[in-house]
Design a protein around this ligand. Structure first.
Ligand code: PLP
Length: 425
């Protein structure tokens, strides 16, 4: 007999991840008090008093909107024109574009990812992702009945592993005649790695060559773009490389207002199609507009006011930059404390350049044990496939100080206990 669930939904369940740990952390805080708990789970910016950062330059503008602006539908399924133009200006500031763009408003960065993956891969095809990455990519692959291929993120010199990327991409091209790969850069979640412009150049050179055999879609997830430690313009410098993409390469950037403008709950983002071919972008617009209609219809009208509101006033733009710079300085200071202490205590980290997160290298078989061991000391982190993620964005400096040593102790205890167990066997 048929069950209620559709076959494709059977067995689906979200396990682990940041949101499921949040409940546990809250309970622990109730039990022992805020100061006793180290909560480094969520990729959300907090100040030194553990208050969520909400930029006045953003929220004063939102609060000044008329009721009908917040309550009303958007102008179009693909978003309001002012918003789409502002995203174009925002993302490509400082870039001399020699490519076309097509921009579609989405329900956060997640909506942008989900729409793009849905419209460019058929059931059974492969989504290429880094082996260390944000967990939702795999969930999306599962949602759309896709296979997942993983390329190694780092090579032995701790640079972007172009060899592994192309090995996987060529195999997928050989089997499926098309490649779709995610590159989460800059400020990669969970490692904090940012590729150099040279790495991007080599990537695009190789991708252009590969596209002689079939279409290549590069999804550049830029959710953390505005929390690069570089200036807004410098952080975007690598995008010049898109001037050199071949006609058989489509780049889709998935942009999110969540982190850039401290408005996670407004659920606004954008898909940015980048191509040398207008026809490819026309197709992009049609397919994705259809998906918007079929999934969320249109995104928050008030939320879309955020970027034009900031960009259209020099004073507000100045305040936004000051607020953002202040928090970037704070995250940088937190990272400096953690990195220095990790070095002192021999805690191995993946290559960190900038941004919200840092990840400790941990052997696959002991990750669960370490994660539990940390929880027993009231330290809440996020498990990765090959490490433990610390969200520096949410930890005050006083809690970052000493953390590397505590984690190292837990790792050493676990390694010792495992050795003893093996000897006893
Ligand atoms: N991409 C990455 C790597 C993320 O970590 C996140 C959020 O945590 C997103 C995209 C999507 O963000 P949102 O849907 O909140 O805009």
């Amino acid at each position: 007999m048929k069950g209620f669930l559709a076959d494709h939904s059977k067995g689906k369940e979200i396990r682990g991840g940041a949101f499921s740990t949040v409940k546990e952390v809250k309970e622990k805080i109730k039990e022992v008090g805020e100061e006793m708990v180290i909560d480094s789970t969520l990729g959300v910016l907090f100040d030194e008093e553990r208050k969520m950062a909400t930029f006045a330059s953003v929220w004063d503008g939102y609060d000044s909107l008329e009721r009908h602006q917040k309550a009303g539908y958007a102008e179009a399924m693909i978003g309001n024109k002012d918003f789409l133009d502002a995203v174009d200006k925002w993302v490509f500031q400082g870039i001399e574009k020699e490519f076309y763009t097509s921009i579609i408003a989405s329900a956060g960065g997640s909506g942008a990812l989900s729409n793009t993956i849905w419209n460019y891969l058929d059931e059974g095809e492969t989504l290429l992702i880094p082996e260390i990455c944000w967990g939702a990519y795999s969930l999306m692959a599962q949602e759309f009945s896709l296979k997942v291929g993983k390329y190694m993120l780092f090579d032995e010199k701790n640079s972007f592993n172009l060899e592994s990327f192309f090995e996987m991409a060529e195999e997928v091209m050989r089997k499926e005649g098309k490649v779709f790969a995610i590159i989460n850069d800059p400020c990669h979640n969970p490692t904090g790695y940012t590729m150099s412009s040279r790495e991007w150049e080599k990537l695009i050179e190789g991708v252009n060559k590969l596209s002689e055999q079939g279409p290549v879609v590069i999804l550049n997830d830029i959710a953390y773009l505005d929390f690069s430690f570089k200036s807004l313009k410098e952080a975007r410098g690598y995008m010049e490389v898109f001037n050199n993409i071949s006609e058989k390469v489509l780049v889709v950037q998935t942009f999110s207002l969540s982190k850039s403008f401290t408005c996670y709950g407004l659920r606004v983002g954008a898909q940015i199609g980048i191509s040398k071919n207008k026809g490819v972008l026309e197709e992009f617009r049609r397919a994705n507009e259809f998906s918007c209609r079929a999934k969320w219809s249109n995104v928050s009208n008030g939320g879309m006011e955020v970027i034009p509101h900031i960009m259209n006033s020099r004073n507000i733009m100045k305040s936004y930059s000051e607020e953002r710079d202040g928090f970037i300085k704070l995250v940088r200071e937190r990272s400096e404390i953690f990195l220095a202490e990790a070095k002192t205590h021999d805690l191995p980290l993946y290559k960190y350049v900038e941004g919200f997160f840092v990840t400790i290298m941990v052997d696959k078989d002991i990750i669960d044990g370490i994660h539990e061991g940390l929880k027993a000391r009231n330290i809440y982190t996020i498990k990765q496939s090959k490490g433990i993620r610390i969200a520096l964005c949410s930890l005050p400096k006083r809690k970052v100080a000493g953390l590397a040593e505590k984690i190292k102790e837990v790792i050493d205890e676990k390694v010792m206990a495992d050795k003893k167990l093996k000897c006893a066997v």
